[in-house]
Design a protein around this ligand. Structure first.
Ligand code: DAK
Length: 260
């Protein structure tokens, strides 16, 4: 696939998607949103990468937000369309069948923070900075920030960040549970790759079911969520991966999963 504002490199079923608009610190304009959307809608399950890593080009910025130059002149209707494109992308990432890791290599502001929030796991470089600064510009987050941030780090801490627009560093983000790990910048992609490699060596069918179970279960009450888990657990026993995984354990050898 060819893209205007992205590069995609796939090694051993792990795709690294690099947002590449260095002159604007990788800010998200319509083209970039559309490019990213194609990554997540044109590949599925086994024909796509088993893990996708999203990062930004350069050492300074993951994504410095939605593109303020492009947004400045929008009419209300155009702003609504832009917001919809962003929402659709974030949802495509969140519902993508396989895990998505954000490797946050610098500023993750506004739409950049929202992009990281839509990923399953966030690994931050020590120089990463996070904020939802939309109130500085007289708007609110338009790509799900008010919803996903509160769900991830809790209402009180999310509201503080959303009301003040304060920028926090990687260590603070880690303390709040906004990121899973903080590593030196030069180790960022290596760490993301190591985690991705660990994941792709597990049963791919089970990994996909884990993502479904957690994502959908969080929207349900506990009884329904446990029932849902029971159904997905049962379904695993119709998969080749369950048969192979358990047989391999009993034969004391590594499993050869097929992802079905
Ligand atoms: N958009 C466009 N260009 C940007 C940008 C952005 N978000 N961030 C940086 N740039 C550009 C700068 O304008 C500059 O361009 P030139 O002047 O060189 O042409 C270049 O990137 C380098 O930036 P700086 O010179 O400013 O670099 P510094 O190191 O001095 O500062 C910074 C880095 C990240 C702290 C600073 O650039 C900054 O504060 N950037 C803006 C960060 C920001 O406020 N981001 C949030 C954007 S708001 C909605 C839809 C979506 C959203 C809201 C509503 N609806 C439709 C309702 C989402 C909103 C946002 O994401």
């Amino acid at each position: 696939m060819e893209f205007k504002n992205l590069t995609v490199e796939t090694t051993n079923n792990i795709a690294t998607v690099t947002i590449n608009r260095p002159a604007a610190l990788n800010a998200l304009n319509e083209q970039t949103l559309a490019d990213l959307q194609r990554v997540f809608t044109e590949t599925h399950d086994n024909d796509g990468a088993q893990v996708i890593i999203i990062t930004g080009s350069g050492k300074k910025s993951f994504v410095a937000g939605a593109d303020i130059v492009a947004m400045q002149q929008l009419s209300a209707l155009e702003a609504r369309r832009f917001s919809k494109l962003g929402h659709e992308l974030m949802r495509s990432i969140e519902t993508y069948s396989n895990p998505v890791i954000a490797a946050v290599n610098g500023f993750a502001l506004g739409g950049g923070c929202e992009l990281a929030l839509s990923c399953d796991i966030r690994i931050a470089a020590e120089n990463a900075r996070f904020s939802q600064p939309e109130v500085n510009l007289g708007v609110i987050p338009g790509f799900g920030g008010t919803q996903r941030l509160a769900r991830l780090i809790g209402k009180g801490r999310a509201l503080e960040l959303l009301f003040t627009g304060d920028m926090i560093d990687a260590a603070q983000a880690y303390e709040m549970g906004l990121v899973n790990k903080v590593v030196p910048q030069e180790k960022l992609l290596e760490t993301a790759m190591e985690m991705a490699t660990k994941i792709i060596n597990k049963g791919p069918y089970a990994v996909r079911q884990v993502k479904e179970a957690v994502r959908n279960g969080l929207e349900m009450d506990l009884d329904r969520a446990n029932q849902y888990e029971t159904e997905l657990f049962g379904l695993c026993f119709a998969s080749l991966d369950q048969k192979e995984g358990m047989l391999a354990f009993l034969e004391k050898r590594p499993a050869n999963f097929v992802g079905q």
